[in-house]
Design a protein around this ligand. Structure first.
Ligand code: ZN
Length: 242
């Protein structure tokens, strides 16, 4: 059994397709675990939701998914993110809205807890420090937890009472008894300085989680964003991976 672990697709169909193609080349997968923020920022929200539904999958809600269906006020978003959220709300079909409305905040799948931001605050918390990770280990019961939201691939490993931070850059992690919080990085808007789409595969039999980066047609997404009048800073940042 193999799971594709995808976070923060953000309506970026070109990045999503590149990841699907790459995962297929690397041995394929049986099911997608989607860690939220299917929509927001990018130009093809309906297409991404429809594509995801072609696969066996589970998905949880992210803050941008909630903003796009009016479940959350965009007052706490930065101005360009708020513009993109309003554009997305206008663009979404009623089928897409129904899909997003039904998403849970937390799921437990095969020994993993799935939460968009963190198990403590699934919608809002950016889990980027060892201190925040330490606190969050008390908020889930499974050995492992998968998160997205920061668009930064990383691993927090609990070693005794101590939390160790590791970069998750095109390496494989062997799963042991040690508890871990893992972020596969963002598919549709990477923010760790590498503009390539970021994702992971969990190979259950090998007990491995393998991290991959994939080039995609960034300009194709940027062109669609331009055509739809999405904010310039959101278009630029795709080239920078920040
Ligand atoms: Zn996001």
């Amino acid at each position: 059994m193999r799971f594709a672990i995808l976070a923060d697709i953000h309506s970026n169909l070109a990045a999503f397709e590149a990841v699907l193609g790459d995962a297929e080349k690397r041995g394929g997968f049986n099911k997608i675990w989607c860690l939220g923020d299917m929509v927001g920022y990018g130009p093809q929200p309906n297409e991404c939701i429809e594509r995801l539904q072609e696969f066996e999958h589970v998905c949880i809600a992210g803050n941008h998914d909630w903003a796009a269906i009016g479940r959350m006020d965009t007052a706490e978003f930065n101005p360009v993110a708020a513009i993109a959220a309003r554009w997305t709300e206008e663009e979404l079909s009623s089928e897409s809205k129904d899909y997003l409305l039904a998403l849970p905040l937390i799921l437990v799948e095969d020994g993993f807890t799935l939460a968009h931001g963190s198990p403590r605050e699934p919608i809002w918390e950016y889990l980027l420090s060892t201190r925040a990770a330490q606190e969050n280990f008390t908020y889930f019961e499974t050995t492992y937890c998968l998160i997205g939201h920061s668009h930064v691939p990383l691993i927090f490993e609990l070693d005794g009472a101590q939390v160790i931070y590791r970069e998750f850059g095109e390496i494989e992690i062997k799963l042991s008894q040690d508890r871990m919080i893992i972020n596969p990085g963002g598919v549709g808007q990477p923010r760790d300085g590498d503009p390539r789409a970021s994702y992971a595969i969990y190979d259950v039999d090998a007990k491995l989680i393998i991290h991959y980066r994939v080039e995609y047609d960034i300009e194709a997404t940027q062109k669609k964003m331009q055509e739809n009048g999405l904010p310039e800073p959101l278009i630029r940042r795709l080239s920078l991976g920040r």
